[in-house]
Design a protein around this ligand. Structure first.
Ligand code: NAD
Ligand code: UGA
Length: 427
């Protein structure tokens, strides 16, 4: 099939590369000229494991440009533009609106328009009405809501191996499911069909539920600290119950990234717009918003006074295997340490600090970060940090405190080298 992807970000580029690998001819449009230039030079504008190789491998079936005319040849148009948060917690749909303006002037033959961006309930219905209002004939298009569930850091794998493909359809649309099955032919996953708005809400419910698990375990970590119990034991204990499951039960600095924070707020906003009070969603966000305070307080208790202390922070990205720092708890902690007078040496295998901070230096290795440090913080659970030689770490540091802000270390290995281990809910 001839497929046009709009938006060459984490979702758009991964979708483009995977669909090209599945045998489609894919054209990817982005209005960011810098991104298009990089892509046409064989480079990917961000770090995502395996993506650059997959794009290179499918070079013959994959093109990039800012030309909207290229939509004309496509049978399927997949919208993957950003849907950032507004200050009031609602969703800023300006990029979707800009796409609709362009589509309205370019659609001359039948298209299946697929929304992959995460959009609030009712948006796909509104998009359909907008296109018609802008003059596109209803018989020239169908809208399909096909939310994406990939995770950054494993985006390519996730797109090849989804646990389901959610397809939201217009009420009288009996042809677009077959189009979507042709788009994803070669991918083995159950299809779940629902209404346009049903698909939108499945996406929000999934992210909200995962965020709820994280806030639940972070609250349990606070209780564990008070009762001198290891929260990792609690997570293992409850995770063995198949009704609960072991995933997303790692306590730490809280959830971050470009999606959980914005999507939980957007769902809260959507609920309120229909006079539903979202009690649980509010609690989930309150726990997450205070999790960094709790962790910072623990550090402060061990190292006070913080002024002039040298802290090594390992991890800047919001999670491992990505260079994405959007709403990164690691970066928020670095900022907090800097505001409290600490000198910070921060290291990350891929990510770069998004802004310069007073007394904060980004260094090029763990070794450089830990020299003379009074304390060491694991802020992102990159594999590289789990397997450090703790004897060498002890020898390089000035102090002895290791704060495992992601509960990812073997505490005995750390303690055996003479260092003091402190986790989140691991007294
Ligand atoms: P991103 O910011 O990485 O990419 C969006 C791209 O769209 C940018 O390159 C931008 O230049 C481009 N763009 C914006 N407006 C445009 C326009 N009018 N014309 C052409 N290009 C335009 O965003 P992302 O992380 O890929 O997320 C995209 C959407 O997918 C969001 O709604 C997000 O919530 C959702 N989502 C993201 C993930 C993830 O892991 N990042 C996972 C699932 C769903
Ligand atoms: C998340 C979802 O997992 C994807 O399914 C979804 O498609 C995506 O959001 C989206 O809508 O954009 P992502 O944000 O890439 O994916 O990363 P996650 O692995 O979910 O981690 C999110 C945050 O939660 C990270 O800060 C991570 O450190 C934190 N986390 C995760 C925990 O604190 N504890 C855990 O047990 C798991």
């Amino acid at each position: 099939m001839n497929i046009c992807i709009i938006g060459a970000g984490y979702v758009g580029l991964t979708t483009a590369a995977v669909l090209a690998e599945l045998g489609h001819e894919v054209h990817c449009i982005d209005h960011d000229e810098w991104k298009i230039r990089l892509l046409n030079n064989g480079e990917v504008p961000f770090y995502e494991p395996g993506l650059e190789e997959l794009i290179a491998k499918n070079d013959n079936y994959l093109t990039f440009s800012g030309r909207w005319d290229d939509i004309k040849r496509a049978a399927v148009v997949v919208i993957c533009v950003g849907t950032p948060p507004r200050p009031d917690g609602g969703t800023d749909l300006r990029y979707i609106e800009a796409v609709l303006d362009r589509l309205a002037t370019t659609i001359k033959s039948y298209k299946t328009i697929v929304t992959k961006s995460t959009v609030p309930p009712g948006t796909n219905e509104w998009m359909r009405a907008e296109l018609i209002r802008k003059g596109v004939k209803p018989q020239l298009f169908r809208i399909v809501s096909n939310p994406e569930f990939l995770r950054e850091g494993s985006a390519v794998y996730d797109m090849f191996h989804p646990d389901k493909i959610v397809v939201g359809l217009e009420p009288d649309d009996d042809q677009s499911l077959a189009v979507m099955q042709a788009v994803y032919a070669g991918i083995n996953a159950p299809y779940l069909t629902t209404s346009l708005t049903g698909a939108e809400l499945i996406k929000y419910a999934a992210n909200a539920f995962l965020a709820t698990k994280i806030s639940f375990i972070n609250e349990m970590a606070r209780i564990c600290d008070a009762f001198a119990v290891d929260v990792n034991d609690i997570a293992r204990g409850i995770g063995l119950d198949p009704r609960i499951g072991p995933h997303f039960l790692r306590a730490g600095l809280g959830y971050g990234g470009s999606c959980f924070p914005k999507d939980i707020k957007a769902l809260e906003h959507a609920a309120r717009s229909r006079q539903v009070e979202p009690h649980l969603l509010k609690a989930v966000q309150t726990i997450n918003a205070t999790q960094l305070d709790v962790c910072f307080q623990k550090l402060n208790e061990q190292l006070a006074p913080l002024t002039d202390k040298k802290i090594a922070v390992l991890g800047i990205s919001f999670k491992p295997n990505t260079d994405d720092t959007r709403f990164s708890p690691a970066e928020a902690l670095i900022r907090r340490l800097s505001e409290n007078g600490c000198t910070v040496a921060a290291y990350d295998p891929k990510a770069t600090l998004s802004e310069p901070l007073t007394r904060v230096t980004q260094v090029q290795s763990v070794h450089e970060a830990i020299q003379g440090a009074d304390g060491l913080v694991i802020a992102t659970d990159w594999d590289e940090f789990r397997t450090l030689d703790w004897g060498q770490v002890k020898a390089a540091m000035n102090g002895t405190l290791v704060f495992d802000g992601r509960n990812c270390l073997d505490r005995h290995a750390v303690e055996q080298s003479g260092l003091r281990y402190m986790g989140v809910g691991r007294p």
